[in-house]
Write a new protein. Structure first.
Length: 511
């Protein structure tokens, strides 16, 4: 058998039971989940068959449910998405509603012998889960899924959805659900067990090695799961395995060619491994998307073609309607492209109409001047930024704080820690501030903390740790850190130029 992308259309329900309408979505849902762990089928549920082309499907699965002599007859027809010719027909019968899910499991295996099984055999639990899918209000949806778990405490898929909804609330919110999951884990089908184990590792911020093992376990069970392929690809790229990363993400893109996020992720991984021309080809296909246009300009710049990169950046900037923001982007691009004098000059010569835009511009220019060790110029610019509005914003307050970093490291740390800014911002300010003001050993300590927290997965953090060590004279330690190229998605990112400049220096990509 060859790998096929299959879309599953809503079922045609011709049942005498007036309450059987839930099967329209419930039956496709079971088959989709069963086929998620198959070796030869990549399934996707759709509301309309016209979506088949969008997701790159070769097959369309059509389902018809009827009453026949007290049994539920299920007719399955697979048609070729392009020719509409029938390629497979299968018929199964459930002796009763209670036997519906095992019958659908049987049908899934007839469609693909490597299919798994659904994570509950309880029809009431399935009905609840199906109704939750059509509920618009998040809290109501959450309560319905909880009822599905109550109907079957071994319903792995429902636990997974609960944990996803609770994740943003933190450990105090999801700890009880996680405890339930662990107590029932052995009873879940392999696919759900692998998904839940990975989610648990992510929620509990387990070491990267453990998370990697969990991703690999999921990929082994479900080799065509797009989420697993995406994660596997990213891990390979981050570890410098360009071929492995490209293989996984190219497969994901083939399975879902309409997914722009997968293509962007592939491009990012290629950039990380200096496959700039290949990344450019991908990003060039998203010429209407502002983020992709910024990334495209960046990758062309990394290739060394400053003029063509600037032409691309100009096309993006021309789409911006607000003149102040347009001027800010022109200045920040000039800095990214290596022309700091032009960048500062544009900020100084522009008559910004809005105080907020002026404050942002002055904050950006302050950082650039600190990068050039122009402390006096940076202090003057930061002061203008503070005066740009009756109520200074967070950026102008931070820039005014950064320019005081030329005092002793201990005194400046105390000043930052005593400031009224958001506590979550303070480590970032300390890390960049120490670096910009030449306190490189102190900067290295802050970046080491951030590096350990992300286990090296954040490429900007990698860059700044290596740069701090290198500028502190600890070159041997700096060279142990694998600095990789990264893309700029937002030209106006206040610290973007710092990390980008250091990355280009350390990777030999500065032009």
């Amino acid at each position: 058998m060859t790998l096929r992308r299959m879309v599953i259309a809503p079922a045609n329900v011709l049942m005498s039971d007036p309450n059987a309408d839930w099967m329209k979505i419930g039956v496709p849902l079971v088959l989709q989940q069963d086929l998620m762990s198959s070796q030869y089928t990549s399934p996707a549920m759709v509301n309309d068959e016209t979506a088949a082309a969008q997701v790159g499907a070769q097959d369309i699965l059509r389902l018809k449910l009827e009453d026949r002599q007290g049994k539920i007859h299920i007719g399955a027809t697979v048609v070729d998405a392009k020719t509409q010719k029938t390629t497979i027909t299968q018929d199964v019968e459930a002796s009763s509603i209670g036997n519906l899910i095992p019958t659908l499991d049987k049908l899934a295996k007839e469609l693909d012998p490597t299919a798994g099984e659904f994570s509950t055999k309880n029809v009431d639990a399935l009905k609840l889960l199906t109704s939750a899918g059509s509920e618009q209000h998040p809290q109501e949806r959450f309560e319905i899924i909880k009822k599905a778990v109550a109907a079957d405490p071994n319903f792995g898929m429902a636990y997974f959805l609960l944990l996803e909804m609770e994740a943003q609330g933190g450990p105090n919110v999801y700890k009880d659900t996680l405890a339930q999951v662990n107590s029932h884990m052995a009873n879940f089908p392999p696919y759900e067990r692998a998904r839940l184990q990975l989610l648990q590792e992510q929620l509990t911020r387990a070491p990267l090695k453990q998370r990697t093992s969990a991703v690999e376990a999921l990929h082994k069970i479900a080799p065509n799961d797009l989420d697993a392929l995406s994660m596997i690809g990213s891990l390979h790229f981050l570890n410098g395995d360009a071929d492995g990363g490209a293989e996984a993400l190219n497969k994901a893109v083939r399975l879902n060619p309409g997914n722009a996020n997968l293509k962007a992720q592939l491009a990012e991984g290629l950039v990380q491994n200096k496959k700039f021309a290949d990344a450019e080809k991908i990003l060039a296909g998203f010429d209407k998307d502002p983020t992709a246009m910024a990334e495209l300009a960046t990758v062309i710049l990394l290739e060394g073609d400053v003029k063509r990169a600037s032409d691309t950046a100009d096309k993006l900037i021309a789409t911006v309607q607000q003149p102040d923001y347009q001027a800010l982007l022109r200045a920040t691009w000039s800095e990214l492209a290596g022309d700091r004098a032009k960048a500062v000059g544009l900020v100084e010569s522009t008559k910004f109409a809005q105080p907020q835009a002026l404050g942002m511009a002055m904050s950006e220019a302050t950082v650039w001047q600190l990068m050039a060790k122009d402390i006096a110029g940076a202090k003057k610019t930061a002061e203008l930024g503070m005066k740009s509005s009756p109520t200074p914003n967070a950026m102008t307050i931070v820039s005014s704080l950064l320019v005081t970093g030329d005092q002793t490291a201990a005194d400046w740390r105390s000043k930052v820690e005593a400031s009224p800014i958001n506590p979550a911002m303070k480590q970032t300010i300390l890390a960049y501030g120490f670096f910009l003001n030449g306190h490189y050993p102190e900067a290295a300590k802050e970046w080491r903390t951030a590096y350990d927290a992300t286990e090296g997965a954040d490429l900007r953090v990698r860059t700044m740790l290596a740069a701090s060590l290198d500028r502190a004279g600890n070159t041997a330690e700096a060279q142990k850190i694998k600095v990789m190229p990264f893309l700029i998605r937002d030209f106006a990112d206040v610290y973007g130029a710092v990390a980008f400049s250091e990355m280009r220096r350390l990777t030999g990509l500065a032009h």
